[in-house]
Write a protein that binds this ligand. Sequence first.
Ligand code: SF4
Ligand code: SF4
Length: 340
Amino acid sequence: MNMIPTTRTVGFQSGERNVFFHILTACNLSCQHCYINPAQHGTKTLDRETMAAWIELFARPGTPSNLIFLGGEPTMHPDLAFGIERAKDLGFAVTVDSNGYLFHDLLERTSPDLLDYLSFSLDGPDAAVNDPLRGEGVFEVCTTNLRRAVAMGYGVSVIYTVSSRNIDHLERMIPLLDELGVRRFFIQVIGLRGKSAQDSQEAVGGWQVDPGHWLRVVPEVARAAAARGIHVTFPKVFLDPGETFECAGLAADNYFIFPNGRVYRCPLCEDYPINAYRIEQNRLVKNHGLMEDSFFPLQIPEGCVMNRLLQPDNIVYDQKGRPEHCISCCLLKQEICPWV
Ligand code: SF4
Ligand code: SF4
């Protein structure tokens, strides 16, 4: 019997820790929608000892914990393989999010036993869609290295950042993923951070996808991918009527760490100096005053307070001034698992 995969919301897992670790901000690419903001995140590359000390700072062996190495381009760090090993030793499930260039022979210097997932960013099903967004020749390099990683037994996934520039090509990712042998697909929505925040103020039409367009395309593509045996995760974006709003800043144990020592609990806040914590002399220190966590407990009909403050154009109101949708936490995901 053929089962139709169903979509489920992945609630925040209490007790599970997620550490998003930016070990440098440098990158070989300059994607049009890059969210790295050197004015806020610095230009530093952590040295090997500091990287190890900060991994240790967030480790809780024996408790489910995930560590995601990010940049910039994390594979440009010459000690990434060492960092992966250290994180694994301390009990983390380890992921690297890469633009696909895989510098410093990463595939040869680590192993599928140490690295749980290697995620490749692709923003189009072919070079014609991907390369104007990510750079000339990037599609070719990324897919070639992805094939190599699959052949060497690595667990791989693909991340597709949906914007107005590529949403209508999302569907064509399914045959590509099939052909590449990718069984995990993360669809994310473009955030108004870094370069896309600046551009959208200047460019008519901007980067953002309107709610109707998102709801018409993304859930349908996710279902079609799941029917082909691909596990798909995508952001909830809008809560269903009656669904309870939760802020990950209160309900989850997430840390977004930058090499200048800033530690955020909410990724929407990363363009502002309102980080709840900082790292000083390899110790985690609480920041006091009006910081991001001052806003988390506020309850408003629009849902996420930071969305209301930073991206008010995302919210549509009815004639009585009530929001038509309640915006979910940007970290709340839905998944369709073909195996359940
Ligand atoms: S690969 Fe990532 S860090 Fe590099 S330019 Fe693109 S979005 Fe920015
Ligand atoms: S995105 Fe909104 S709901 Fe989620 S952690 Fe940030 S402030 Fe809280």
